[in-house]
Design a protein around this ligand. Structure first.
Ligand code: ARG
Length: 703
């Protein structure tokens, strides 16, 4: 027996499953057997007594989970951090445990109310006492970790629990003597797994599989080379014995019904203590301010979800609710994250939804020089479609050429600082790039309740996907917009796929071009080929467009068309020679509407106009998109998404596709100006043309 090791246990006199606060308790209310639980507990008690001293705390009626003394608190030397239970079902245990610790002469630290921490159930020392692993995510709050670090003067490593079956750290994580670690990796997020792998060398990591995990193999009591647990597979037993451990199995099935086993039923009150410890935590905290229709627009939920899903934790320090329908709310949110990197990820997402990092109000954006052409310094801020400003030399500078998936390049010129979004490949040596998340803010329009709730009146505001019934409504809105843009000399860009031609949309799109509603056309090789095939031969991919039937040998038509155009040198030359007299490409040439055809791997030909150098094609697209007020995206996922990435918020986008997935994908960019229409594109275009004609004739009547 090792005299220096002592445990605290609590006999199961009042033990039962009385309520459900973890998934194991579900369906087990009052299903544990009194006799068997006493017998199993006694067996564990005697087993431990063979190896250590076991103290007892008096069980209390009405507090059935008090048997799980691991949750009494966290002990180091003569100090204890008392648990603050997350669930009210266990909060009544706190005073009894406190009394016991005080009677034993411990210095007791108590966490503030509403800062849950469930003791040694969620915090485990590495067995040499150098640092503390602390879990969060279900029962304990991340913000408790810095206090624990301070009170116990120890380094704390925070681990995020992801699987609700393993709601306490000790259900899936067990440091063993000699630097070994028995654990179940899928219970943790990837950041935590990396942290574990950084601290524990591979030969010391004993990762277990699910069958052992659900038998609570990690919920083991380790005393020197002995490991006591509920149940172990032969394989795991062999691995543990290879590592020098002797496993003692003692069935604890009655306690599994409450979600606990050997380790939960014990609290080690003598922990190895090394003298030169230092309180350190990787945890970072920051404060952000948000303003707008926080409740109405769901922004506050979005922000808080984002923090928690990102592995952080929050405290809403202030919330001023706008009282009138029109008034905005504002909030101050304190965020904690287990590391700088996790914090950065969270903050950059919060910036995207309009939060302003308070600590950065007085900070400039961090800039780092580009040292290799076309490559950014690591850690660069990834841009979004929203208007962005960065702070340089104390001044907020508007970022130009806003688009998503770029970096912000900053140049000092005699005229002042110029900041602009650039693709990685365009970064030049000598430029500086914004890194980290300091000194960056995005400007979001505050969307009012009226705008959001009235998509029927104005679909652009809804960022939503329409139902069939709404198609006509949207057609009316789009027609109205097209008409206005044309009349004020604005710009509309169309991206179109070959489906426009197959569905009979060519004549309608041609009409739009002829009538001056389209200022640029973007597409691929196929739309042009099929359009010209239809104009020259009446078929589209060999299908007769009037009869709807396949023409014998028609599948060669499109290659003949390609060949003809190639002979002419360009589509424009072919039009000039009078080789075809209708269609989308014909109208573009005739009406001086610039077009860009971007190539792809599957292109036949290609047409001489098709740009097979994709970097050049992307550049050409960007040029043609400059100044666009509206983009009609007609059945082309590839080109529409490409265009979406290049376009800043504020440009109205109408995406028409028969495939809801495409439409959803584009409205997912979340900009309020985009609207999706799930319908046949040919039908959509015909409705649009009809509606425009109506508008035009009414206009004429009025004149
Ligand atoms: N029913 C208890 C609860 O949900 C079980 C506690 C198990 N203890 C532990 N350290 N894992 O709180």
């Amino acid at each position: 027996m090792t005299d220096s090791i002592r445990f605290l246990m609590c006999s199961p006199d009042h033990y039962d499953v009385d309520y459900v606060i973890n998934p194991w308790m579900e369906g087990n209310i009052h299903k544990s057997s009194r006799d068997r639980s006493v017998e199993q507990w006694q067996k564990l008690y005697h087993t431990l007594k063979d190896h250590a001293i076991v103290e007892l705390v008096k069980p209390q009626k009405g507090w059935p989970d008090m048997v799980f003394t691991a949750n009494a608190g966290l002990v180091l030397d003569k100090t204890v951090v008392l648990s603050r239970f997350y669930h009210k079902e266990r909060q009544g245990e706190e005073p009894y445990f406190k009394e016991w610790f005080e009677s034993q002469g411990f210095t007791v630290h108590e966490l503030p109310k509403d800062l849950p921490f469930e003791g040694a159930g969620d915090a485990l020392f590495d067995r040499s006492g150098r640092y503390l692993w602390a879990g969060y995510g279900f029962r304990s709050e991340l913000d408790s970790h810095p206090l624990i670090a301070e009170w116990l003067n120890i380094e704390v490593l925070s681990l995020r629990l992801m699987d609700e079956r393993f709601y306490h750290l000790d259900t899936c994580f067990c440091p063993l003597s000699g630097g070994y670690l028995l654990y179940y990796p899928p219970a943790f997020d990837s950041y935590s797994n990396r942290l574990i792998e950084m601290r524990i060398p591979p030969e010391k990591r004993i990762a277990i599989e699910e069958p052992d995990a659900v038998n609570f193999a990690c919920n083991a009591v380790n005393i020197n080379q002995t490991v006591v647990m509920n149940k172990v597979s032969d394989n795991l037993k062999a691995r543990l014995s290879e590592a020098g451990f002797n496993v003692i199995e003692t069935p604890l099935t009655e306690f599994l019904k409450a979600g606990g086993a050997a380790k939960c039923l014990t609290l080690r009150v003598t922990e190895p203590i090394i003298p030169d410890r230092h309180a350190t935590v990787l945890i970072e905290t920051r404060t952000v301010r948000m303003e707008g229709h926080l409740l109405d627009a769901g922004l506050i939920n979005q922000a808080l979800d984002l923090i928690v899903e990102g592995g952080g934790s929050f405290k809403v320090q202030q919330f001023n609710l706008g009282e009138e329908r029109q008034s905005t709310s504002n909030a101050l949110i304190k965020i904690s994250a287990p590391s700088h990197q996790v914090m950065e990820d969270i903050i950059s997402q919060l910036i995207d939804i309009g939060a302003v990092s308070l600590d950065e109000d007085i900070q400039d954006a961090k800039l780092e020089p580009v040292t290799q052409h076309g490559v950014s310094p690591d850690d660069f801020y990834v841009t979004t479609i929203y208007p962005t400003e960065i702070r340089v030399n104390g001044e907020w500078v508007q970022v130009q050429k806003q688009r998503m998936d770029g970096a912000i390049a900053v140049k000092e010129t005699p005229e002042g600082i110029i900041a602009q979004c650039k693709l990685l490949r365009d970064l030049e040596v000598g430029e500086k790039v914004v890194v980290d998340v300091a000194g960056i803010r995005t400007i979001r329009k505050t969307e009012s309740r009226e705008q959001r709730n009235a998509p029927q009146e104005f679909g652009f505001m809804s960022a939503g996907v329409s139902s069939e019934r709404r198609v006509e409504l949207i057609v009316e809105q789009v027609a109205w917009e097209l008409r206005q843009i044309r009349d004020r000399g604005g710009k509309v860009v169309v991206t179109a796929g070959p489906v426009v031609i197959h569905t009979g949309g060519a004549e309608h799109l041609s009409h739009l071009i002829r009538e001056g509603y389209v200022q640029a056309l973007l597409g691929g090789n196929a739309i042009a080929v099929h359009d010209i095939e239809q104009a020259m031969m009446g078929t589209s991919l060999g299908v007769d467009m009037k009869q709807g039937t396949a023409v014998k040998g028609g599948h060669r038509h499109h290659l003949k068309v390609i060949n003809t155009i190639r002979r002419c040198g360009s589509i424009a030359n072919a039009v000039e020679k009078g080789l075809f007299k209708s269609g989308v490409m014909y109208e573009c040439v005739k009406n001086n509407v610039p077009f860009s055809l971007a190539g792809s791997i599957r292109d036949d030909g290609p047409l001489p106009d098709t740009q097979m150098d994709l970097i050049k094609a992307q550049q050409h697209y960007t040029e043609l998109l400059q100044g666009a007020e509206m983009i009609l995206m007609l059945s082309t996922m590839l080109h529409s998404i490409g265009v979406g990435n290049m376009t800043a918020a504020g440009v109205k986008m109408v995406c028409v596709d028969i495939n809801p997935a495409v439409v959803t994908k584009l409205s997912d960019r979340g900009s309020v100006e985009s609207v999706g229409v799930v319908t046949d594109v040919g039908l959509f275009l015909s409705l649009l043309v009809k509606q425009l004609d109506k508008l035009t004739s009414r206009y004429h009547l009025e004149v």
